[in-house]
Write a protein that binds this ligand. Structure first.
Ligand SMILES: Nc1nc2c(ncn2[C@@H]2O[C@H](COP(=O)(O)OP(=O)(O)O)[C@@H](O)[C@H]2O)c(=O)[nH]1
Ligand SMILES: [Mg+2]
Length: 384
């Protein structure tokens, strides 16, 4: 914040940062904004804060509507099992339940009648040595984001998932896709990974950690202040290249969370060229499937794995065999990330690691803690 901010504005800012409830936040943010002098140097700041205020009001609106429809808002989740939880999304009759039934041994209800599926039914899908948990869900519908019927639960499931399997009916694939994307967007979920200068990953504890491969052109205390104003108390902030405080504010405003996804154009037996047409129209890849004829399903596990951007890492003790079960991490993970997961001791007293796998030139190569891993790497950690 510019230096010419009067003390009452600073006090208002502090009240806003400390506010616990949404109405309080809105009130104090309003006070904060009106206490900042209208001055050319403050324009960016005021603009940013006004947009935050609009966001908070929108959030309050959404909460009120959810209460009014009695659907209880978000927070709905199913216990995760396996390497990743995948939520199947699609409009009524697209073939979600049929797909789950064909891919897994889950007992599902397939029906022509509307809304046959009312509760998420889980099934496990194997890929080599790991399994994905697939959740069948009730139909996605126009206005789901407002929270009516099971809309709130459905979107809350999607938000908590590691990935989405979008099932479209080949007879109206593009139309259904647009409906789904619209609801997801309104609910703060995006299917597109953005390349950004700054990424803010919220965490449950641990305060702020800043991981730079670039520079932020403001002080660490300023980063913390901007984050706290946005209600973020614990986060890992990653910075690439030179980033300004404005870049930080911008990335905070993009509150949409990214979900990896795989798109199936089902009932391709009825419209065989639907997948190609879909790809032309949307510039997105899709797999043509037929749950009825059991076609196109063999690759779904592999394609899901690839779209999730995860790695399987096998740890090994000195002189021992690699672990049978892999540790699942996000691509880009380093040896140090593995050390943290295995034992804090491995992280604190890390000396070196030996790697067997595609991230090294030869089996048993010695690497440091910042070595970036690849799928199927075997890691042996040596401590001091
Ligand atoms: N022709 C054809 N019909 C299908 C296919 N998959 C599902 N269906 C039919 O579409 C209807 C709806 O399927 P269902 O799995 O209940 O859809 P959901 O509402 O998305 O769960 C059922 O009558 C299924 O038999 C398919 O690949 N081809
Ligand atoms: Mg169903």
């Amino acid at each position: 914040m510019p230096a010419n901010i009067p003390p009452q504005a600073k006090a208002a800012e502090q009240r806003y940062i400390n506010a616990k409830t949404l109405p309080e936040k809105i009130q104090y943010l309003q006070e904060f904004i009106s206490s900042i002098p209208e001055h050319k140097g403050n324009e960016k700041m005021r603009g940013y804060l006004r947009r935050r205020l609009a966001k908070l009001k929108e959030e309050q609106d959404l909460q009120r509507r959810r209460k009014a429809t009695g659907s209880g808002g978000g927070g709905f989740s199913i216990k995760k099992e396996g390497a990743a939880q995948i939520v199947i999304l699609g409009t009524t009759g697209a073939g979600k339940s049929s797909i789950l039934g064909s891919l897994t041994n889950a007992k599902v209800e397939v029906g022509d009648h509307l809304f046959a599926t009312k509760e998420p039914a889980p099934g496990m899908l194997r890929y080599e040595d790991i399994q994905f948990q697939l959740l069948d869900t009730p139909a996605m519908f126009k206005g789901a984001y407002k929270g009516a019927a099971w809309g709130a639960q459905l979107l809350s499931l999607a938000r908590n998932a590691d990935g989405l399997l979008i099932v479209l009916d080949a007879t109206d694939a593009v139309g259904q896709f647009n409906t789904i994307v619209k609801e997801l967007t309104l609910a703060g979920i995006t299917l597109d990974k953005r390349t950004r200068k700054i990424e803010i990953e919220r965490s449950n504890g641990g305060g702020f950690q800043v991981a730079c491969t670039g520079r932020i052109l403001c002080g660490v205390d300023e980063i913390e202040r901007v984050l706290k104003e946005a209600g973020v108390r614990n986060a890992i902030v990653r910075i690439w290249g030179d980033a300004t405080k404005e870049d930080l504010m911008e990335s905070l405003e993009q509150t949409r969370i990214y979900k990896p996804s795989l798109i199936l154009i089902n009932k391709a037996d009825l419209v065989p060229n639907a997948p190609a047409e879909f790809e032309m129209a949307t510039k997105r890849g899709a797999i043509g499937t037929s749950a009825r004829l059991n076609r196109g399903l063999a690759d779904v596990n592999k394609r899901l794995f690839e779209s999730l951007g995860i790695l399987r890492i096998y740890t090994k003790e000195v002189g021992g065999e690699p672990a049978k079960k892999p540790i699942i991490v996000k691509s880009g993970a380093t040896v140090s990330d593995i050390a943290k997961i295995v034992h804090s001791q491995f992280f604190k007293q890390f000396k070196l690691a030996r790697i067997w796998g595609s991230s090294v030139n030869y089996g048993g190569e010695r690497v440091g803690s910042d070595h970036i891993l690849e799928d199927k790497d075997i890691v042996e950690i040596r401590i001091k």
